[in-house]
Design a protein around this ligand. Structure first.
Ligand SMILES: [Fe+2]
Length: 263
């Protein structure tokens, strides 16, 4: 085939561009197949939905790349793209050895890695399309980049959510180890909640102590035994134990004495 022999060697920046545009086309076709496989393996309905939506977007991205070839007046060429095949193979192999209840984390990892690769591919194509002044091609490739960025953000957000709220989902025939893992996750969550409640209790007690100290100071102030505090409630409780108060009064009296001695 003529196109193939043309790309045996890449002798101009334009040839590199077309070759990489063809690799992007292969990348999107591989990604579409990968998204289908991942969708079948996903446990959470929202993850299945996210993958299905991006599969639809990927079909449109394939059309966009074909339109780019048409605008350049070139035959559609699909150059090799081993990276997406490798990412899909890695995800598949990892899924194989992962407990059914935990597969969503592996799927999201594979999806996020793929989205980042795709973004890099479009960023590079855009650099060269802009440099060539191929404005219509730039506009088309830009839509593909934005789609990848948006998909990547959604995948990342879901990955973060499941990582923090618990990766495992209950499945039939779940192994004892994973059940224990879920239980440990729940226990950890309960532990965090208990620690937070204790902290709130601690703060409340601290607040009460400050309020009590402020009350006591107010009582002493009105009885004429304590200096006036500008904002008693904001002052730390430990400053108002009896000894400290006594020391301050003594200090204040000796300063007043020293001042009157100087006059
Ligand atoms: Fe994508």
């Amino acid at each position: 085939m003529e196109e193939r022999t043309m790309f045996e060697r890449l002798n101009t920046p334009e040839e590199i561009f077309s070759y990489k545009l063809g690799a992007a086309l292969t990348m999107e076709k591989d990604t579409l197949a990968m998204l289908g496989d991942l969708q079948d393996s996903a446990r959470r309905p929202e993850l299945k939905q996210l993958l299905a939506e991006h599969a639809e977007e990927t079909r449109q991205q394939i059309t966009v790349i074909e339109q780019c070839f048409a605008l350049l007046g070139e035959e559609v060429d699909d150059s090799p793209c081993p990276v997406t095949k490798a990412l899909a193979a890695e995800a598949k192999a990892t899924l194989k050895k992962t407990d059914d209840s935990l597969v969503d984390a592996v799927i999201l990892a594979g999806a996020l890695e793929t989205e980042h690769h795709e973004q890099a591919v479009y960023e590079t194509l855009l650099i060269h399309a802009r440099a060539r002044g191929a404005a219509p091609v730039v506009a088309l490739l830009q839509t593909n980049l934005v789609t990848e960025q948006s998909a990547g953000s959604k995948v990342k957000a879901l990955a973060e959510r499941i990582a923090t709220t618990g990766v495992a989902v209950p499945v039939e025939g779940m192994s004892g180890g994973v059940k224990a893992g879920i239980a440990a996750g729940v226990a950890a969550t309960v532990g965090v909640a208990a620690a937070a409640a204790a902290k709130v209790g601690e703060r409340k007690a601290e607040g009460e102590a400050v309020a009590a100290a402020a009350d006591s100071l107010e009582r002493e102030r009105t009885a004429g035994t304590a200096p006036v505090a500008g904002d008693a409630g904001a002052v730390r409780a430990e400053e108002f134990n009896d000894d400290a108060l006594e020391e301050r009064i003594v200090e204040s009296e000796s300063r007043a004495q020293a001042q009157s001695d100087r006059q």
